[in-house]
Design a protein around this ligand. Structure first.
Ligand code: AMP
Ligand code: MG
Length: 402
C-alpha cells in the first residue's frame, strides 16, 4: 500500500501536458493559461487624473484661495494637449490625461468657477502630485502580468482584455470518459427494480471533471462482466485522454475492473492507497496512452479519490501550476477517530470563528455510502495513519473541496 502523497506524486509523474490552443477571450474563463501574459503598454498609459477637478501647478496654490484662468478642458478620451502656463488651470475629469506643465489636480468640491467659466477659484492649496496616477505607476510595458499555468478567473479577464489578448493560448481541455460499473445500476430516468439502484457516481464524477475544465463524455453503464467492461473501455479509448470508472475494484467475485484493464494490456501504477475511504483506487495507463482511474463504487469514496487523484491529473494535463488540492490548517470542532494503517479523509464543513480562525466541523455520516450527508461537505479533515483519535481543538490539515 502506498501513501496518498506517494500516489499523488505518481499521478503527477505519469501525466503529460496536452498541447495548447488559441481561444477567443470570451471563452477562456476557468481555462489554464499556456502563455505568460505581457503588458503591451504602460498602465496608466498617460498621467491620469484620479478626480474631477482642475489640473494646476501646486506651487501656484500655496496662497489659496487663488484664482486661475481656465485654459481648456481635458476629458476622458479627449485630452487637452498644450502646455499649462503660469496662472492657468485646466478643467479635468476622472480618467483624463493631465496636461504637460500641471503637477496636481484639485478636486472640484474645493473650487468654484467664476466669470462664465473663464476663471476658477481654488479654495484650498493642493499638494504636489495630488490626484494624479503617473504613467506606468500600475504596470510598465513589457511586465509579465499573469503567468502561464494560472487558472483564468473573472478578474483576470479584465487583465487579458486591457492588454489586447483577443485570443489567448490555453491548454486543450482533456477529454474524459466517465464509466460506471455495476450490474445493479440503472440510469436516472429509470425506476430501480428489485436489487437495483440508480447510478449517481457518473453525475458527481462528470461534475467534478467539468470543474477542472475537462470535456466529459458519459459512457454507457457497464455490467460486472470482464468482457463487457473490456469492450466498453476499448470502444472509448480513442476518444478519451482519461477514463474514470467507478465500482468493481474491491476483492469481490464481481469486481472486474482490474481484470478488464489487464485484458487491455494496461500498465497499473497503483491499486491500493493507504486512504480511508478509497483504499482500492486504481491508476493505470492503456497502451494507447489513455489514463484510467478506477475509483471504488461508494459515492463518498468516489468524491474523495476523484479530487485527490483524477482532478490532479486533469489539471496537470492542462499545465496548471498547482494541480493538487492545497492543504490548509483548521481547528477541529469535535473529536474524530483515525485508522491504524490508513490516512483518513473525513467529511467536514469549514467555517470561521469570531477570531477569524478556520474551524472544521466533522459531519455525522453513515460511512462511504452516505452521499446525502456528503452533499453538505465542504472540506475533508485529514487524520494521519496510526493516529487513534484527534481531540477537539486540535489543529488539523484540511482540504477544501471544489
Ligand atoms: P463496488 O465498489 O462496486 O463494490 O461498489 C460499492 C458500493 O457502491 C455498492 O453498494 C454499489 O452498489 C455502490 N455503487 C457502485 N457504483 C455506483 C454508482 N455508479 N452510483 C451509485 N452507487 C454505486
Ligand atoms: Mg460493484
Amino acid at each position: 500500500m502506498i501513501s496518498v502523497a506517494e500516489a499523488i506524486q505518481i499521478v503527477r509523474q505519469q501525466t503529460r501536458p496536452l498541447p495548447q490552443e488559441r481561444v477567443r477571450l470570451e471563452h477562456v474563463l476557468n481555462r489554464i493559461l499556456a502563455e505568460d501574459v505581457i503588458a503591451d503598454s504602460d498602465l496608466p498609459p498617460f498621467d491620469r487624473a484620479q478626480m474631477d477637478g482642475y489640473a494646476v501647478r501646486a506651487e501656484e496654490t500655496n496662497d489659496a484661495p487663488v484664482r486661475l484662468r481656465i485654459a481648456g478642458e481635458s476629458a476622458a478620451g479627449r485630452g487637452w494637449h498644450h502646455e499649462l502656463k503660469q496662472g492657468e488651470a485646466v478643467r479635468i475629469m476622472t480618467g483624463a490625461p493631465v496636461p504637460a506643465g500641471a503637477d496636481s489636480v484639485q478636486q472640484v468640491e474645493l473650487t468654484h468657477e467664476l466669470k462664465d467659466g473663464t476663471v476658477v477659484e481654488l479654495l484650498e492649496s493642493v499638494e504636489h502630485g495630488k490626484s494624479i496616477v503617473r504613467r506606468g505607476a500600475e504596470i510598465q510595458a513589457g511586465a509579465t502580468v499573469l503567468q502561464s499555468g494560472t487558472s483564468i478567473n473573472a478578474a483576470m479577464m479584465a487583465v487579458l482584455a486591457a492588454f489586447g489578448y483577443a485570443e489567448v493560448a490555453v491548454a486543450q481541455r482533456p477529454r474524459v470518459g466517465v464509466l460506471a460499473t455495476g450490474t445493479e445500476l440503472v440510469s436516472v430516468n429509470e425506476k430501480p427494480g428489485q436489487d437495483q439502484i440508480r447510478d449517481s457516481n457518473n453525475y458527481s464524477i462528470a461534475a467534478y471533471a467539468q470543474l477542472t475544465g475537462a470535456l466529459v463524455e458519459r459512457l454507457p453503464l457497464a455490467r460486472d462482466e470482464t468482457s463487457v467492461l473490456t469492450n466498453q473501455i476499448a470502444q472509448a479509448i480513442e476518444r478519451c485522454d482519461v477514463i474514470v470508472t467507478s465500482g468493481g475494484v474491491s476483492m469481490g467475485v464481481y469486481d472486474v475492473t482490474k481484470a478488464a484493464l489487464h485484458e487491455l494490456g494496461a500498465e497499473i501504477f497503483f491499486e491500493r492507497v493507504a486512504l480511508r475511504p478509497g483504499k482500492p483506487t486504481v491508476f493505470a495507463r492503456l497502451p494507447n496512452g489513455t489514463l484510467v482511474f478506477g475509483l471504488p463504487g461508494n459515492p463518498v469514496s468516489v468524491a474523495v479519490t476523484f479530487n485527490l487523484f483524477a482532478r490532479t491529473a486533469l489539471l496537470a494535463m492542462q499545465g496548471a501550476n498547482e494541480p493538487a488540492l492545497k492543504y490548509e490548517s483548521a481547528l477541529l470542532a469535535r473529536r474524530v477517530k483515525g485508522n491504524v494503517d490508513r490516512e483518513s479523509y473525513l467529511p467536514a464543513q469549514l467555517t470561521t470563528n469570531d477570531d477569524g480562525e478556520l474551524i472544521a466541523f466533522p459531519l455525522k455520516w453513515g460511512g462511504s455510502s452516505d452521499f446525502v450527508a456528503f452533499a453538505l461537505t465542504t472540506a475533508l479533515v485529514i487524520v494521519p495513519a496510526g493516529t487513534k483519535a484527534l481531540e477537539a481543538n486540535a489543529i488539523v490539515r484540511v482540504l477544501r473541496l471544489p
